[in-house]
Design a protein. Sequence first.
Length: 205
Amino acid sequence: MKKTIHNVLLFSLVMLIGVLGAACATKSYINVNYRLPLSSYDLKGKKVFLEIKDMRSDKAIFGEKAKAKFKNFTGLFLFSLSKGEKKNYVIGAFDLPSLFEAAFSRRLENMGIEILTEQKETEPVIEIDLQNFLLDLADRKWVAEISYEARLIQENRLLARETISGSAKRYKLLSQGDVEKVLGEIFTDMVNNLDFRKLFQEAEL
C-alpha cells in the first residue's frame, strides 16, 4: 500500500513538473509504453516473488551525446500499458528498477502467475539483474540498449537462468517522441522475450 501511494505521489509530481516546464526544450520525464502479449495461462497457479536488482556498473541513463538533449530529466519514467487494440493507459511514474518491476509484474500476471508481496523461503524467486540500460545518439540516430539476466531461485539455489539483450535505432527527428518510440519498442521486446515457461521447465517446477 505504501509503495502504491508513493508511486501515485511520484506520478502527480511528474505531471506537475511537466506542466510547469512545458516551455522547456525537453520534458522532465520519458514516456515508456509497454505492450503486453496475448494472455496465456500455461503457468496458472504458480507463485513467485519478483525482485529487480540494478547491477549496472554505470548508472547513467544517457550517453554523452544524448545527455545534452535531456537536461531537465528527473530520472523518472512515465509508464503506460497497452494490450491488443485497447487504448494505452498510464500506470504511474517510476525510477528505472521500478519501471522493470511494473512491467514484469504485469507480464507474469498475464500468464496466470501470482506475484507474492513478501518473499517466502519455500516459494521460487524470479530475480532480474539489470546489466545495461542506455540511450544515446549515433550517426543521427537514437540508440537504445538494454540487457539483463533472469534467474529462477528457490531456497537459495539457482535453478535456471537466461540472459536477454538487444538494441534498437531510430532516426532523430525534431521531437522527444522519437526516442520514446524506440525505447518503448525495445523495452517491450526485452520484457516479452524472456521465456518464463523455459525457466520453469529447466527448474523442474
